[in-house]
Design a protein around this ligand. Sequence first.
Ligand SMILES: CC(C)(COP(=O)(O)OP(=O)(O)OC[C@H]1O[C@@H](n2cnc3c(N)ncnc32)[C@H](O)[C@@H]1OP(=O)(O)O)[C@@H](O)C(=O)NCCC(=O)NCCS
Length: 269
Amino acid sequence: MDRPPISDLPVISRLEPPTSNDRAEQLLAPCGIDIWIVSLAHAMRLVWCHPDDERDAARLAGHRSAARLRLRRTAVRSILAHYVGCDVAEVSITRSSNGKPTLNAPRIPFEFSATRTRGFALCAVARAPLGIDAEYRRCLPDAGLLASRILTEGEYAAWQDVAPAIRAERILSAWTRKEAVLKALGVGLRVPPNVIEVGWAPRSTIRWERLAAEYVLTARMMPLWLGDVTTRAELVVALATKECPSAIRVRNWHSPAEPALDKFRDRQL
Ligand SMILES: CC(C)(COP(=O)(O)OP(=O)(O)OC[C@H]1O[C@@H](n2cnc3c(N)ncnc32)[C@H](O)[C@@H]1OP(=O)(O)O)[C@@H](O)C(=O)NCCC(=O)NCCS
């Protein structure tokens, strides 16, 4: 039988399945950061909660605290499921001995950090290590005591020079910046906040020398980019990242634009 000329053969192009890097590229620019805001104002009845989170919730004394833990942890898992491209029940999170949670998905290049304050939980997702911390904007009757405990000597002197009306705001700002750095490093408050100089410049870089010598070894990923982020008027939020962010998107977890993330929420209690 005569073969058709090569030019008449159909061209079969094989479409490779997207790799995890392709997926990461589609969801987040290399130095982009997504900050998801979860409202905890009304604790939701969840139809599903991961057994690890259920166990931690069971350890909490109050029913309300337990309900909030379930909601914020399930929200974090469903946010991560969105990036991984899997079912929320398949999201695996491991915790270091210092309590730092890490997404356990070897080929997926996403990192996350979480925080909660009063009625909100925040989850920041990036492709490089990061830390986020939020505090509810409020008056601090014990501002002086707090300042003496958490600020470095240099910060404390600068703080005393600012007008009394903005002192509480400055403390909240320094506190969130320090916790964001400590979370990015994964050490948490095992490193006292008064050994890290964060200052109040809107954007700054924390370098090795700024940490007290005994903690330098824990600071493997220095220098860190550090900045304040505007999310909601009632929140003071700071972000520490390995890479200077190219763009920061603030997103609502319950947004109707993301109906898939809503499927594990039931009616309000
Ligand atoms: C990190 C830390 C400062 C956060 O405290 P906080 O201000 O009360 O809490 P926030 O709401 O801002 O953040 C809580 C989130 O931080 C994250 N986190 C906890 N420990 C962390 C660490 N070492 N590094 C980075 N992130 C951490 C978790 O996502 C946690 O959310 P979860 O409670 O749902 O797991 C505090 O938990 C800490 O100092 N931990 C380290 C101390 C330690 O070793 N504890 C033993 C835990 S096994």
